[in-house]
Design a protein around this ligand. Structure first.
Ligand code: GAR
Length: 196
């Protein structure tokens, strides 16, 4: 059994979706959720499903030590960033090399950073989507595991596009985690090979 820790800063629909998806899994358990914000929806969403959540300050995430202690307490094998709006600090990256996965609401390398959906609407692209990738020291720049594509419609706003992308996020993230747990993701430099 692999223990997953989710980092989340917001509503937590991805976190709830992952907890539900793997609730009967024999390979993945969502052990704990960590957040930088006490006043966000993710806590209630996962607590009601029996998953504990904890809050650390921006400084504690940057320092790493208190966060690493909590991750060790839950025997964490993999960190999943599901709407986590803090940068991952070096101590965390060094402690979990190749073991941090992020979901971003755009087709990377286009539109990294904040408001990926709004950036896509403003640019006028015809397709956008979501990207699941391993985390490196850059912003949304690590090796890509998988992507899902959605059309961008003429009258889309940031919010309407975000809703369409979120449906695909809820498919993409469990798919990537399942592949990881089955040992099917092989990182070769920038490329991730999905083994048969
Ligand atoms: C998701 O759309 C996720 O891709 C995005 O935040 C949202 C969180 O939704 N993440 C980023 O923008 C990271 N740069 P949720 O709280 O309902 O899962």
């Amino acid at each position: 059994m692999k223990n997953v820790a989710i980092f989340a800063s917001g509503s937590g629909t991805n976190a709830e979706n992952i907890v539900r998806y793997f609730s009967k899994s024999e390979t993945i358990k969502v052990a704990v959720v960590l957040s930088n914000n006490r006043n966000v929806g993710v806590h209630a969403r996962v607590n009601k499903l029996g998953v504990p959540s904890f809050v650390f300050s921006r400084e504690e995430f940057a320092d790493g030590a208190p966060v690493l202690a909590k991750l060790a307490e839950y025997d964490t094998d993999l960190i999943v960033l599901a709407g986590f709006m803090n940068k991952i600090s070096d101590p965390l990256l060094n402690a979990y090399p190749g073991k941090i996965i992020n979901i971003h609401p755009a087709l990377l390398p286009s539109f990294p950073g904040l408001h990926g959906q709004g950036q896509a609407v403003a640019y006028g692209v015809k397709f956008s989507g979501c990207t699941v990738h391993f985390v490196d020291e850059g912003t949304d720049s690590g090796p890509i595991i998988l992507q899902k594509v959605v059309p961008v419609l003429d009258d889309d706003t940031e919010d309407t596009l975000a809703d369409r992308i979120l449906v695909q996020e809820h498919i993409a993230l469990p798919e990537a985690l399942k592949l990881w747990a089955e040992g099917k993701l092989q990182i070769n430099g920038r490329k991730v090979k999905v083994l048969a």
